[in-house]
Design a protein around this ligand. Sequence first.
Ligand code: TYM
Length: 333
Amino acid sequence: MSRIFSGIQSTGNLHLGNYLGAVRNWVQLQHDYECLFCVVDMHAITVWQDPAALKASTREVAAAMIASGVDAKKHIIFNQSQVPAHAELAWIFNCVARLGWLNRMTQFKDKAGKNRENASVGLYAYPNLMAADILLYKATHVPVGEDQKQHLELARDIAQKFNNDYGVEDFFPLPEPMIFGTATRVMSLKDGTKKMSKSDPSDLSRITMTDDADTIAKKIRKAKTDPEPLPDNAKGLEGRPEAANLLGIYAALSDTTLDETIAKFAGEGFGTFKQHLADLAVAKLDPIQGEMRRLMADIGHVDAVLKDGAERARAMAEPIIAEIKETVGFLNV
Ligand code: TYM
């Protein structure tokens, strides 16, 4: 049985990288797998979130999943905090994972920055909760952007160590990362060497799923470039991270390969290319954004989807967490 689990944090500023690197791929995969898609609000609070904004963002991420085409009837959309077994299993994994493993996590180093002493313990233990999300459902495949690869390797290590320590060979599957498409790592519009991210202080660095057409066009117009015309082959993108990023975004949005996109714009200046990119981005995002706005005006519907999803997720998780607790030796009287 192949089962997909994937998640997005509800930290606001859902952006084009989240869409192209994750959600869009989920929409394709849902035809071939049983899927759970989770709004990970417990991960979100590893850095401070205003409580009202957190609720709004949880609904917005769910709305984006539905608007992008995830079938919430056939599959499951829910928010993490509604299924307590995520936290229970995360605790068990806190006791399985080794400090040395977590010390290697580059995302913690990036997010904690220089003032590591002041980072929350949750931010440090975050990958254990992520492993719990996946393994609570014995998910076998995890479609994500490239930045989550290291966390998935850790999830595999945790699964393996649990299976070994408790002598339950094959209890947890070793989840496979699925990192595919032309936009596995969308970069900042202001710096082609930095990942597009929800937490970048500059709003001009990202296209968000709530930007209107004018804002999208403006951000693309203002995106950093270099003075050279566009190259005629992929080798010509070496040392040109901004050009590579914008062409990659065009390729992803137009469902073509990078080589085809390069051929289409070979020798063009950025001015012309950016106009084409802005038109394409607006054309592709506008229907999704329209649907998101419609859903956000009907919160009752979004909440009903999340409630139903949580009920079904709990029903799937319950027998598995019961078996895990029995395996660990927790007395249940
Ligand atoms: P998060 O919320 O940072 O991002 C959600 C998804 O978007 C992808 N992504 C990107 N893809 C391409 N280019 C980018 N610039 C970019 N930025 C983000 C991420 O790779 C991810 O697929 N820890 C996860 C959430 C999570 C999770 C899980 C994922 C929690 N539990 C279990 C999979 C399975 C995170 O913070 O994603």
